[in-house]
Design a protein around this ligand. Sequence first.
Ligand SMILES: Nc1ncnc2c1ncn2[C@@H]1O[C@H](COP(=O)(O)OP(=O)(O)OP(=O)(O)O)[C@@H](O)[C@H]1O
Ligand SMILES: O=P(O)(O)OC[C@@]1(O)O[C@H](CO)[C@@H](O)[C@@H]1O
Length: 303
Amino acid sequence: MIYTITLNPSIDYIVEVDELKLGGLNRMNRDLKLPGGKGINVSRILNQLGADNTAIGFLGGFTGRFINDKLQEDYIRTDFVTIADDTRINIKLKHGEETEINGLGPAISAEEAEQLLHKLSSLEKGDIVILSGSVPPSLGTDFYDRLIKVCKQTGAEFVIDTTGPALMEALEHAPLLVKPNHHELAELFGVTIDTREELVLYGRKLLEAGAKHVLISMAGEGALFITKAEVHHANVPKGTVKNSVGAGDSMIGGFVGTYVQSGDLLEAFRTGVASGSATAFSDDLATRELIDELRNQVAITTI
Ligand SMILES: Nc1ncnc2c1ncn2[C@@H]1O[C@H](COP(=O)(O)OP(=O)(O)OP(=O)(O)O)[C@@H](O)[C@H]1O
Ligand SMILES: O=P(O)(O)OC[C@@]1(O)O[C@H](CO)[C@@H](O)[C@@H]1O
């Protein structure tokens, strides 16, 4: 079974205006409310691909109920800890460009946090846990580390999509996959990266530190997949970009879902790229139909 963990879910409130007048009255052309948060996005893509999964994490208040209802409407299995505080609302403002304003996240009590750790103690060998997104400040900076330790005790594998020290600390526990984008990779090592060779060099450092596989996404510029034995490059399909929110999560969902279903790493890479692009070319997250259509446009070369 695949589990996605979203410690800090959100309603993504997508607001479109012609032009943004700071300090003035702006009226929306269009708005949309979507269940969001990185792990939840991964679950929605896994669901499109028919990969059995359960979305877990913390949900609370009217916002939490909205998210849970939306996931249930799509027949996504959920097992969230119910918290007293309200789940956040993140604003995604489209005004020619995309401006995001993400909430800090709700207060989570020590007891609520323990309930989530307890849920993980029933994981089994063969399970894959995907940890994605920010950690509400009330949980403390070591919460991913605590979750990873519980996963490892049960024999489950984990994938982590986060940045900075939390990512660095996770590496020693041998994640199945990490997926920094090219900017996050440079930031992680405090360097500027200008060439593909440098990307491979720093990507390999993540392997040396413990990651089993490394995906480096470069938005419209393609992606790299680095294993202990090989380095592969993929182009991205062509299309009109409508939305970049969730493209990275879709890539992880496409990769893990296909890997679990086929065991084929390169097909997983191909579907990951197609899923990321299918989301970039959609208003909401990718559909199965568009992922399948784009998959044939992804060419992988070994470098
Ligand atoms: N402009 C684009 N054209 C085609 N595909 C894209 C584009 N932007 C993103 N993608 C697809 O989505 C994948 C992930 O995108 P990106 O590198 O922006 O990840 P990210 O920074 O983690 O995304 P996010 O915006 O969700 O934080 C890319 O590898 C690619 O497949
Ligand atoms: O604040 P975080 O947890 O880093 O990111 C949350 C978020 O921006 O990530 C998703 C897209 O990747 C959105 O659904 C959500 O609003």
